[in-house]
Design a protein around this ligand. Structure first.
Ligand code: DX5
Ligand code: ZN
Length: 213
């Protein structure tokens, strides 16, 4: 299992320090981009992401919760191991945005809201490196894990078959349910509140890993 702490729950005025704090004990950094349209919350975009890119060696896992990803994807300055994930519900079609991501030379991912059918992402399995299963409604950290996701992870795994597509799961994951999510078939666990929302994020990472066993 790879762990991707979400910076949404970090001290946003000290992003580089927060990344450095966990740099040697996590696998990726999850970066939630929100536009106030696709979801009713606003965070950060390419300028902040590009600035952070120069301060960490961790791969960035960029989750675009925005209506018009096509406009903003070309503005990301990414490394080959970084991944940009688009929502299947965004106004710009994934056929186009996944190609824009490829043009940047990084990994590409697709995701969907918990209420969106899993079937909507399956046609893109040949064009992505990663599928992100949202286990909460996108927009905010600290929400409760939707158990329906466990079934979706298993179904997705089955649909992926032998393809080299990784499954990541995002929302409401903590030490009480992480083992269940990994057992259901997650390769990458995104956790915000359970890492940066804790008084000691390094201890929190250790506890999450211990909970998986
Ligand atoms: C929610 C974001 C998540 C969020 C997860 O829209 O996509 O990445 O940071 O936060 P927790 O782990 O607190 O549910
Ligand atoms: Zn996210």
């Amino acid at each position: 299992m790879k762990l991707a702490p979400s910076l949404l729950a970090a001290d946003l005025a000290r992003l580089a320090d927060q990344a450095a704090l966990v740099e040697d004990i996590v696998d990726l950094l999850h970066f939630d981009v929100m536009d106030g349209h696709f979801v009713s919350n606003l965070t950060f975009g390419p300028p902040v992401c590009n600035a952070l890119r120069r301060h960490t060696t961790l791969p960035l896992d960029i989750h675009l919760m925005i209506d018009r990803p096509a406009t903003y994807i070309p503005r990301f300055e990414v490394e080959p191991a970084d991944c940009i994930t688009v929502h299947v519900e965004s106004a710009d079609p994934p056929e186009q945005t996944l190609e824009y991501i490829r043009d940047l030379g990084c990994l590409a991912g697709i995701t969907m809201r918990p209420a969106t059918s899993l079937q909507t992402v399956l046609p893109f399995l040949g064009q992505v490196d990663r599928v992100l299963v949202m286990s909460v409604d996108p927009g905010f950290g600290g929400q409760e894990f939707n158990p329906v996701s466990l079934e979706r992870i298993a179904k997705l795994r089955e649909a992926i078959g032998q393809r080299g597509v990784t499954v990541s799961v995002d929302g409401g994951i903590g030490k009480g349910n992480i083992a269940q999510v990994v057992r259901a078939g997650a390769d990458i666990i995104v956790a915000g509140s359970a890492v940066f929302g804790q008084p000691d994020p390094r201890a929190a990472v250790r506890e999450l890993r211990e909970a998986v066993g």
